[in-house]
Design a protein around this ligand. Structure first.
Ligand code: 13P
Length: 251
């Protein structure tokens, strides 16, 4: 039986002091999540990772929002995996649509990052999803299928077991325009089928999240879908009250 996962993606929000305040306030929630066997986490900016790691419960997953695939070198403005490891960070979001759109994050680059993370025993949360134009042209499965095959290319079954996939239709991110639960289930099931072609029985163990305008009021419906194991939440994960509402509604 797969665990449920609730992961907040804070994007470019919160000063370190605000992140620390949230981390302290989240301790009780982490305890509650653990009692219910739910994985709970947040992904702060690089500059807030340490504050959250040091002040949140040790059961709280603290994820970075990106990382470089090289361990060190002449890559101005980048952060490496060993630098995250030094802070005790072992989860990283890879290939978020905002990075694909604004920072030229390709499937190939995601693949390099995912392989590097797995080499360091870390957990990549690999984001996939189609744009509005692709959705309207009926290209969702073509696009998502390619993202999965290219991004997870050459992984062993043992490595595949340790990844998390997040399906985030770009048209539903931050727009308040949700994908229906039917769409979420259909695409997440499709992702699991592609993973089955690639990794056989291991596909049943891989957590697949839905993301895009998830709120306390709709999270339960998504998580009741067979192939949706959790949620990657942006806006509604920023305030502790709303984050608590998300958790309470999936207990
Ligand atoms: P929203 O929940 O704000 O739509 O963002 C979703 C997302 O991009 C999470 O990674």
């Amino acid at each position: 039986m797969r665990k449920k996962l609730l992961l907040g993606n804070w994007k470019m929000n919160k000063l370190a002091a605000e992140a620390k305040e949230f981390a302290l306030a989240s301790k009780e929630l982490a305890k509650k999540a653990k009692e219910h066997n739910i994985l709970l986490g947040v992904a702060p900016t690089y500059l807030s990772l340490q504050a959250v790691k040091e002040n949140a419960s040790k059961d709280m997953i603290v994820a970075a929002q990106n990382v470089h695939f090289m361990d060190h070198g002449a890559y101005t403005g980048e952060v490496s995996i060993p630098m995250l490891e030094e802070l005790g960070i072992d989860w990283v979001i890879i290939g978020h649509s905002e990075r694909r759109t604004y920072d030229n994050e390709t499937n190939e680059k995601c693949n390099l990052k995912i392989k590097a993370l797995l080499g360091h025993n870390m957990v990549p949360v690999y984001c996939v999803g189609e744009t509005l134009e692709q959705f309207e042209k009926g290209l969702t499965k073509k696009v998502v299928g390619e993202q999965i095959k290219e991004g997870l290319k050459d992984l062993s079954k043992d490595e595949a077991k340790r990844i998390v996939v997040a399906y985030e239709p770009v048209w539903s991110i931050g727009t308040g325009k949700n994908a229906s639960t039917e769409i979420a289930q259909d695409v997440c099931k499709f992702i699991r089928d592609v993973l089955k072609d690639m990794f056989n029985e291991v596909s049943e163990e891989i957590l697949i999240l839905y993301g895009g305008s998830v709120k306390p009021e709709n999270i339960k419906a998504y998580l009741s879908c067979n192939d949706v194991d959790g949620a990657l939440v942006g806006g509604a994960s920023l305030k502790i009250e709303s984050y608590e509402g998300l958790l309470n509604n999936i207990l």
